[in-house]
Design a protein around this ligand. Structure first.
Ligand code: HDE
Length: 710
C-alpha cells in the first residue's frame, strides 16, 4: 500500500506521483532470492572445494552478490553532490492564466505533486551540511502537461554571467587539484584568486559571505530561480519573470562558529532537520512568488535583465504571491529517489519559456549532458522518481536500461504501418516563444553586463548592523585562510569598489594595507527586502519546530520542567531533557524525570535555545560539570535565548556572560535581559509567554558577546 497521509476531506492523501511510485516500491519480505528469483538458503558461506579449499567460479550467488556490490556506486553530481529531498505538492492561490498558459498555475483547484532537492554546491556527497556555501533549491513539478523543473538556489544571483566560465569557477572553488584540500570550503586561495580576477563574482560573493550561506534549516531559507525566465499566455504574449520561494518559517541562519562545530557534531544537521520535521508532521511550506516585467519594459532598468549577477529590487518590482508548496513526505530510499532525481532547466511545460541569459542557455545544455553520464545513458527519465505523471509516447528506442517494452513495428515518423502513432499533438503542445533574433556571430560580453559593483553595494547598504558584522568577519575568515598575500590584496581592492569602509575593515583583519581612499563613492541606495530582518517568520507561533535543550541533573525541580515543556510542546517546539547521565533523574519535588539524551551525546550547537532547570542539587551538579557550563556559555555566545529556572539562575551567575543582569527580580517573577529569561517562584507559564517571541526572533543579535569564551 502507498504510504498515506489521511486528509481532512477523508481521502488518503496519495497523489498521482505517489500512486505511480507504488507500482515499483519493493519491501523486504519473503525468502531470499537471487536477482533471477532463485531461492537462496545460505548467504554466509561461499561455495568452495572442500572446507578449506578455494572458492568456486560456479558459485553464481556469490558472484552476483559481489558483482552487484562492486557496481553500487554512480558518479556523484559534479556540483550539488550533497543533498536531501522530499515529496510534496504545490497549489496556486488563484489562476495565473493572465500571464501563463501553464496548467498547474492556471487552476487553483489543481494540486501538483512535487519533489524538492536541497543541496550544498561545492562539497562531495559525504561532506558536512553546515559549510559556508550556496544552497540548491530544485523543484520538480509533476504536472499533467509534463515535468517542469525550477532549478534554483537560495541566493538570487550567481557568480558568473556566461556559462562558459562555469568550469573555471567550479574548478576554483572545489578542493585544490594537487592535494584535494580543502573539502567543501570556499576559504582557500584558488577561489579567491578567481574572485579577484573576475569582478563579476563580486555581488554573489557578498551573498556568499553573508549569513545566507549558513542557513539554520532548509525550511528557513528562500529560493530563487535566479535567471529572468519568460511566462507565455494563451495569446502568445510573453512576460519576463523572476521566481521566488519564501519559507513560511522565515529566513534564519546559524553563526559561523556554530557551523564549524556542527560540521563535526552532526554533519547531517540540515538533512536530519528536514527529515525529522516531516516525520513529526511539521511540514515545511514555501510561497511561490513572481516578479513580473512586461516585455515592453525590458530596458527600463540600469542593469540587464539577462545578467544573472543582478536582482530586480523588490521595491521596484514587487513579488506577486502565486501559490503554496508543502513538503509532506520523506522519500522511501535515498539512492533511488534523492540521488537519482535529475533536474534540468530545459524541462519546461507550455507557458514557461527561456530568455537569452547566457548562463541559462549554458545550463539548458549542461544538465542533460551531465545526467547522461551520471545516470548511465539516455533512459534516465524512466527512473521512477523522474517519470512524469503525464503520458509518454515517442519513437525513442533502446539504450542502456530500457524499461519499456515498446510494441509494434514502427518507431519512426511519419508512418502508416503503426496507424500513424504516435501522432503529432492537436492541442496543448509546447510552442517556443517567437522572439525575433538577429545579429552577427561574436564572442563578446554585452556592455550592459559591465557594472559589477553597484548591486554589491546595494546589498551591503541593505544589511542590518549585525549582518554587516557577520559579513566582515566572514571575509576576514576566508581571506585569512589564503596563503598568497597578493590574492588577499586583490580582493580588498575589489571590495574598495563596493564600499570603502568595508574594504578598510576587511583589510585590517587580514594584514593588508587598507586602501587610502574610496575607489568609487557608495551610491547610498538600499533595498530593505534584502536584509534577513525583513524575512522573520510569518507563522504566528514562533516556537514551531524549534529545538530546546533543558539541562538538568539529579535533584531537579521536575514540576517547573514539565510545565515549561508542556507549554512549549503545545506550541510545536521540540523539548529535550539533557542530563549528565541517560535514564531517569531523581527529582526534588516528585516522581523521577525521564532523560531524553545524555548531555555528552549532544551539544548546544544542535539546539535553538537552552533552559537550565531549577533544583538546588541539580544546579550545583551542573555548575560543577564543565560540559554543562560550556553548553550554556556557548549558547549564550551564539546569541540564543537562554532560560533559567529558580536555582538554575545561580548557575548563570557563575558563568562569564558579560554584563548580564540576573540578580534583580521583577514583580511578576520573570526577568528578561539580553534575551536571557530567568524565573523564580513558579512563574513558568509567564516565562513561556515571554520565551516564544524570543524563539520566533531566532537570535538576540544585539547581545554583547565579544568577551564570552566558547
Ligand atoms: Fe547548476 N548544475 N549549473 N546551477 N545546479 C548542476 O546538474 C550548471 C547554476 C543548480 O539537486 C549539474 O544534475 C552550469 C545556477 C542546482 O540535482 C550541472 C551552470 C543555479 C543543482 C549544473 C550552473 C544552479 C545544479 C550537476 C552555469 C541556480 C542541483 C548535476 C551555466 C539558479 C540539482 C546535475 C539537484 C546542478 C550545471 C549554474 C542550480 C553540472 C553549467 C545559476 C540546484 O549540470
Amino acid at each position: 500500500m502507498a504510504p498515506t497521509r489521511p486528509q481532512a476531506d477523508g481521502t488518503d492523501g496519495a497523489d498521482d506521483k505517489d500512486r505511480q511510485l507504488e507500482s515499483v516500491r519493493a519491501d523486504s519480505r519473503g525468502e531470499l532470492t537471487t536477482e533471477t528469483g532463485v531461492r537462496v538458503d545460505d548467504t554466509d558461506n561461499s561455495l568452495s572445494a572442500g572446507e578449506r579449499g578455494p572458492t568456486l567460479l560456479e558459485d553464481f550467488h556469490f558472484r552476483e552478490k559481489i558483482t552487484h556490490f562492486d557496481h553500487e556506486r554512480i558518479p556523484e553530481r559534479v556540483v550539488h553532490a550533497r543533498g536531501a529531498g522530499a515529496y510534496g505538492h504545490f497549489q496556486p492561490y488563484e489562476s495565473f492564466s493572465r500571464y501563463t498558459r501553464a496548467h498547474f498555475l492556471s487552476d487553483p483547484s489543481v494540486r501538483t505533486p512535487v519533489f524538492v532537492r536541497f543541496s550544498t554546491v561545492a562539497g562531495s556527497r559525504g561532506s558536512a551540511d553546515t559549510v559556508r556555501d550556496v544552497r540548491g533549491f530544485a523543484t520538480k513539478f509533476y504536472t499533467r502537461e509534463g515535468n517542469y523543473d525550477l532549478v534554483g538556489n537560495n541566493m538570487p544571483v550567481f557568480f558568473i554571467q556566461d556559462g562558459i566560465k562555469f568550469p573555471d569557477f567550479v574548478h576554483a572553488v572545489k578542493p585544490e587539484p594537487h592535494n584535494e584540500i580543502p573539502q567543501a570550503q570556499s576559504a582557500h586561495d584558488t577561489l579567491w584568486d578567481f574572485v579577484g580576477l573576475q569582478p563579476e563574482t563580486m555581488h554573489m560573493m557578498m551573498w556568499l559571505m553573508s549569513d545566507r550561506a549558513i542557513p539554520r534549516s532548509y525550511r528557513m531559507m528562500q529560493g530563487f530561480g535566479v535567471h529572468t525566465f519568460r511566462l507565455v499566455n494563451e495569446r502568445g504574449e510573453g512576460t519576463f519573470v523572476k521566481f521566488h520561494w519564501k519559507p513560511v518559517l522565515g529566513v534564519h541562519s546559524l553563526v559561523w562558529d556554530e557551523c564549524q562545530k556542527i560540521a563535526g557534531k552532526d554533519p547531517d544537521y540540515n538533512r536530519r532537520d528536514l527529515w525529522d520535521a516531516i516525520e513529526a508532521g511539521q511540514y515545511p511550506e514555501y510561497e511561490l512568488g513572481c516578479q513580473l516585467v512586461p516585455e515592453s519594459e525590458e530596458h527600463r532598468f540600469d542593469f540587464d535583465l539577462l545578467d544573472a549577477t543582478k536582482i530586480i529590487p523588490e521595491e521596484e518590482v514587487p513579488v506577486v504571491p502565486v501559490g503554496r508548496m508543502v513538503l509532506d513526505r520523506n522519500p522511501d530510499n535515498f539512492f533511488a529517489e534523492t540521488e537519482q532525481i535529475a533536474f534540468h532547466t530545459a524541462n519546461v511545460v507550455p507557458g514557461i519559456d527561456f530568455t537569452n541569459d547566457p548562463l541559462l542557455q549554458a545550463r539548458n545544455f549542461s544538465y542533460l549532458d551531465t545526467q547522461l553520464i551520471r545516470l548511465g545513458g539516455p533512459n534516465f527519465q524512466q527512473i521512477p522518481v523522474n517519470r512524469p505523471v503525464a503520458e509518454v509516447s515517442n519513437n525513442q528506442r533502446d539504450g542502456y536500461g530500457q524499461q519499456r517494452v515498446h510494441r509494434g513495428r514502427t518507431s519512426y515518423f511519419p508512418n502508416s504501418l503503426g496507424g500513424g502513432c504516435p501522432a503529432l499533438a492537436d492541442a496543448g503542445a509546447y510552442t517556443h516563444y517567437q522572439e525575433r533574433v538577429d545579429g552577427a556571430k561574436i564572442r563578446r560580453r554585452s556592455p550592459s553586463f559591465q557594472d559589477h559593483f553597484s548591486q554589491a553595494t546595494l546589498f551591503y547598504n541593505s544589511l542590518a548592523g549585525w549582518e554587516r558584522e557577520h559579513l566582515v568577519a566572514a571575509f576576514r575568515f576566508e581571506l585569512g585562510k589564503c596563503e598568497v598575500m597578493a590574492v588577499r590584496e586583490r580582493v580588498v581592492e575589489r571590495l574598495n569598489h563596493v564600499d570603502h569602509g568595508l574594504a578598510v575593515e576587511v583589510a585590517r583583519g587580514i594584514g593588508v594595507a587598507p586602501p587610502a581612499e574610496a575607489a568609487v563613492r557608495n551610491h547610498g541606495r538600499s533595498s530593505p527586502a534584502l536584509s534577513q530582518t525583513a524575512l522573520l517568520g510569518t507563522v504566528e507561533d514562533g516556537a514551531r519546530s524549534r529545538r530546546i535543550a533543558v539541562l538538568a541533573a539529579d535533584g531537579v525541580a521536575a514540576t517547573g520542567v514539565s510545565v515549561l515543556r508542556d507549554e512549549l510542546t503545545e506550541r510545536g517546539a521540540v523539548v529535550e531533557v539533557l542530563a549528565p547521565h541517560d535514564g531517569r533523574l531523581a527529582a526534588a519535588d516528585g516522581p523521577a524525570l525521564a532523560v531524553d539524551r545524555a548531555m555528552t551525546t549532544m551539544a548546544s550547537v544542535l539546539y535553538d535555545a537552552v533552559v537550565v532547570a531549577g533544583g538546588a542539587d541539580s544546579a550545583a551538579a551542573l555548575a560543577a560539570d564543565g560540559y554543562a557550563t560550556h553548553f550554556v556559555t556557548e549558547a549564550f555566545k551564539h546569541a540564543k535565548p537562554v532560560v533559567a529556572l529558580d536555582e538554575g539562575v545561580d548557575l548563570l551567575r557563575r558563568l562569564p556572560l558579560g554584563a548580564l543582569r540576573t540578580a534583580e527580580r521583577e514583580s511578576d517573577g520573570v526577568l528578561a535581559d539580553q534575551g536571557v529569561l530567568t524565573a523564580r517562584g513558579g512563574a513558568v507559564r509567564r516565562l513561556a509567554e515571554a520565551f516564544v517571541p524570543l524563539l520566533a526572533g531566532h537570535r538576540v543579535w544585539d547581545r554583547p558577546t565579544a568577551s564570552v569564551p566558547a
